[in-house]
Design a protein around this ligand. Structure first.
Ligand code: ADP
Ligand code: MG
Length: 870
């Protein structure tokens, strides 16, 4: 930091403020600009593409400086926040006209990635979570909030792994750390691009203490206090909409680690990172932003309690059967704005007239929705109906107070309705009369002067005046008006009478604007008192919206209600479909598949050629489990499912599309997670595990892992593999069942049926494909021969580092050929013709050791062509 001593008073003030916000860009208000200095200026100039200038250009040490106009600052702030920086907004807090010397300035808000509530990238259907973490010997305290909606939750977490999992699943952009968090963990946040902020003191703010009153766990409570202290320090404004903290327990929900969620494409596509093509995309037929956000929360935390799942299912079923009512509910929901965020803005003090009108319009839908739902009358809706309160005080108040065409600004009038406030009405009357008087004056002066285009006009500099065009000036009686301003083609005049009216008019206008502002704030404050009720309404609407979305999706795609039982180990998914693939390829193209596992079967070993549908089959089950435990119906003919406690998904390295970062080591570490933490109630998907290493290695590991699951873990497991050798395990492991994907020949082409069948896949499948592809018969016979030999005499090096074909050929020639006596073989190995001799000679000649498999293949082909030319 440069020396403070020789600076101007303004720079001294700047340093004083900057010192308190070393990690933020300080937007220092100077007139109509926010200015930045020194490092802030240099960095911001680069990021925001601003021109870097200098203050005190001629001094020894000029000060680097750059700025943005205050009215367009939001765009620049958005960019900085999006890049993970903080911005401190420093305003003049005194009226410069009324102060002598330096105007007092203060930071009025610290905007950070986790506390950003408006601006372009706050997506309507997404939450922006700020998280907080504290550590003690007994574990971690964790809390999170969305400042825009006021949601606040807290928990105790056992280990770093769970902390990172929570952070990923909430997609937090910023975490506030209490003291003593291990450096290694802090680094983990940084590598995940989570901005790390610190909050060491917890100053027990009495005003906020009721928020933590319900928390019994001391760690969860401390984390919440850290979070609230940070909010208090950065926001410096009312936080009345923050809801009392709710304790939650991650183990009360279906647990999926980040990798599994990612891999199942629950809410983000692996390829594009977008919502399109994900389960969320499929399920989202919500009509409100709140519903959209709640759907995502439910997707992130599917349930594990039978009763709660059934409650949602009952509600979905009742909406599914009541078609017309559901359509009506949808129509009303479409008229409901983002209640949660509107209420948040009321509390944060940023709601304007239009926001209040939206609030009213939303509340006005409640009686209709209430009536329709009561009409369905299935008993399931009682608790929700109780919360669908139209909050009449609020909507009446808004109806009486707020002008139906209120502008965005709340300081320029036209916000408050006539008849709401007597004094305001008087001002308006005065203004109205004044305007009338002006119109009459205009008419009168026109008549007296005979100038038809004489006009009374207004501008901010000169106020009201009479304007006469140059050509008509001659017609003006001498000395009738007082000259005020001369334009190129007109003269402007005033009269003492006009000046007097003008003073009255302007005063009325200014006073009425001030009064309107005051009245508006009053209305907003009155609404603030109803925040809790409004938030309950918002929650009820959100949950109704998600349930109707489930019903709509279930109807559209013909889903069925699954039967779920806790602790049951029977899994009967009849003719299930992968919901997203089905939607993409179309229901006619999609081939349904059952997944049948009786209580004794733990492992389904899936074999089949590439592209036959193994991965799709496995994901289909996982997605159906997730949907079922969210309370939605599922794509199948019928489904009996256990309630799973956790889902683990691991994909073999070569199938891994994630930026190639998953090495075999990572794959094994992740497999280990599943083996360590899975219980008999868990679901494991291992897709081509072990592909990332040498064949025998991978095969050995795959087999050992299967045996381990079978012996110890006993979780329901789908294991796909291309190692046919492993299918033999079915004979030794009672809980393992083989299944494979079938294929048929159709018009000379192989067609994958995408149909699962019992038993292991046909090993010689590759040769069938080669045949269909039209390879020469002799070659195919030869290949069959070689295959037969390999099956009888597996030679280690065949699969090792050595060139494959060379070994295969050697084995075939020395070991099997003499033992085979098929008639067809005679032409090759029996009596000889000239061509045969030629071929044999050539065969002896070739140096297999120096050939690539491809070259060997070419030679073989040539030899064969020689023979068939006979
Ligand atoms: P594998 O894992 O066996 O290589 P995938 O599961 O990746 O095969 O499936 C390959 C492609 O086949 C998928 O992209 C999908 O379009 C299609 N597919 C898979 N299963 C089905 C099915 N049951 N019905 C229709 N198309 C399917
Ligand atoms: Mg696959």
């Amino acid at each position: 930091m440069p020396q403070k001593t020789k600076h101007t008073p303004m720079m001294v003030q700047y340093f004083g403020i900057k010192e308190q916000y070393p990690d933020a860009f300080l937007f220092y208000r100077l007139g109509d600009f926010y200015e930045m200095f020194y490092d802030d200026a240099e960095k911001a100039a680069q990021i925001l593409e601003l021109t870097l200038t200098c203050r005190n250009k001629n001094a020894d040490d000029p000060i680097p400086m750059c700025g943005v106009p205050h009215h367009s600052a939001q765009g620049y702030i958005d960019i900085l926040i999006e890049k993970g920086y903080k911005v401190a907004i420093c305003e003049q807090v005194e009226d410069p006209k009324l102060t002598k010397g330096m105007v007092k300035r203060e930071v009025v808000q610290l905007i950070t990635p986790g506390t950003k509530v408006d601006g372009k990238e706050v997506a309507a259907k997404e939450n922006n979570y700020l998280t907080a973490l504290i550590v003690e010997e007994t574990g971690f305290g964790f809390a999170y909030t969305d400042l825009s909606t006021g949601e606040l939750k807290a928990s105790r977490l056992q280990d770093e792994e769970s902390v990172l999992n929570e952070c990923s699943s909430l997609q937090t952009k910023e975490i506030v750390l209490g003291s003593g968090i291990p450096d290694a963990l802090t680094q983990q946040f940084e590598t995940r691009h989570i901005l790390v902020s610190e909050q060491i003191e917890i100053d027990q703010n009495a005003e906020l203490s009721y928020l933590t009153a319900d928390l019994t766990d001391s760690l969860a409570k401390k984390a919440t206090l850290v979070l609230l202290a940070y909010l208090d320090r950065t926001q410096k404004r009312s936080l009345g909409h923050i809801q009392p903290a709710i304790a939650y327990e991650p183990s009360h929900f279906l647990k999926m680690d980040y990798y599994s969620k990612y891999n199942l494409e629950l809410s983000r596509s692996i390829r594009t990172g977008e919502k399109q093509g994900t389960l969320l995309w499929l399920l989202d037929e919500t009509n409100t932003a709140m519903g959209g956000r709640l759907l995502k929360q439910w997707l992130d935390r599917p349930l594990i309690q039978e009763r709660l799942i059934q409650e949602r299912q009952d509600r979905v079923e009742s909406l599914l059967t009541a078609y017309f009512e559901r359509m009506d509910i949808k129509d009303y929901l479409k008229k409901v704005y983002d209640l949660e965020r509107l209420v948040g803005r009321v509390s944060l003090g940023s709601a304007n007239g239009r926001d209040l009108l939206q609030l009213k319009q939303s509340l006005d839908q409640m009686p209709y929705i209430h009536a329709i739902l009561s009409g369905i009358d299935e008993g399931q809706w009682q608790s929700l109906l109780a919360d669908l309160d139209p909050v009449a005080e609020v909507s009446d108040l808004i109806g009486r107070a707020i002008h139906e065409e209120a502008p965005l600004s709340i300081t320029e009038g036209q916000v408050i309705r006539d008849g709401y406030h007597e004094r305001l009405d008087q001002y308006r009357e005065a203004m109205h009369n004044g305007k009338q008087w002006l119109a009459e004056l205009e008419a009168k002066e026109r008549e007296i002067t005979g100038i038809k285009n004489l006009k009374i006009k207004f501008n901010r500099v000169f106020g009201y005046f009479i304007e006469v065009t140059k050509s008509n000036i001659g017609a003006l009686p001498e000395g009738r008006y007082e000259r005020k301003q001369t334009l190129a083609n007109a003269e402007r005049y005033v009269t003492p009478e006009l000046k007097e009216k003008e003073a009255l008019l302007l005063e009325a206008e200014e006073k009425s604007q001030d009064l309107e502002y005051e009245l508006f704030i009053g209305v907003r404050d009155q609404i603030k008192e109803q925040i809790q009720t409004l938030q309950r309404v918002a929650k009820a609407v959100a949950s109704l919206d998600v349930l109707q979305s489930f019903a709509s999706v279930s109807e559209r795609y013909h889903y069925v209600r699954p039967e779920l039982t806790k602790g049951s180990h029977r899994l009967e998914l009849i003719e299930g479909r992968h919901p997203v693939v089905e939607k993409v390829v179309g229901a006619k193209e999609y081939v349904p598949n059952s997944v049948l596992m009786d209580p004794e079967t733990d492992i389904l070993l899936i074999t089949g050629p590439n592209m036959s549908g193994k991965s799709t089959y496995m994901r289909q089950l996982a997605l159906i489990v997730v949907m079922a435990q969210m309370g939605c119906f599922v794509p199948a003919e019928a489904a009996i499912l256990p309630i799973f406690d956790q889902i683990f998904t691991r994909i073999g390295a070569s199938d891994d599309l994630i930026s190639g970062q998953s090495t075999f080591m990572v794959e094994m570490m992740e497999a280990n997670q599943a083996l360590q933490y899975a219980t008999p109630d868990s679901l494991i998907l291992f897709d081509e595990l072990g592909r990332g290493t040498a064949t025998y290695d991978g095969m050995a590991l795959a087999q050992a892992i299967i045996e381990h699951i079978h012996e110890y873990v006993k979780a329901k497991t789908l294991f796909s593999t291309h190692y046919h050798e492993i299918t033999a395990l079915e004979t030794t492991l009672s809980g393992l069942k083989n299944t494979h994907v079938g294929a048929v020949e159709q018009d000379g082409e192989v067609v994958f049926l995408h149909k699962m069948m019992d038993g292991a896949a046909d090993k010689s499948y590759g040769i069938h494909v080669a045949k269909l592809a039209g390879l020469p018969d002799e070659l195919l016979k030869r290949a069959t021969l070689i295959l037969a030999s390999l099956e009888d005499n597996p030679v280690k090096t065949v699969f090792g580092e050595e060139p494959l074909l060379k070994e295969m050929l050697a084995v075939a020639e020395t070991e099997i050929a003499p033992t085979l006596a098929e008639p067809d073989q005679l032409s090759l190995f029996g009596e000889t013709s000239a061509q045969d001799n030629q071929v044999l000679a050539k065969l002896k000649e070739v140096n297999l050791m120096t050939m690539t498999p491809m070259e060997a293949m070419t030679v073989l082909y040539d030899l064969q062509m020689t023979l068939t030319k006979e």
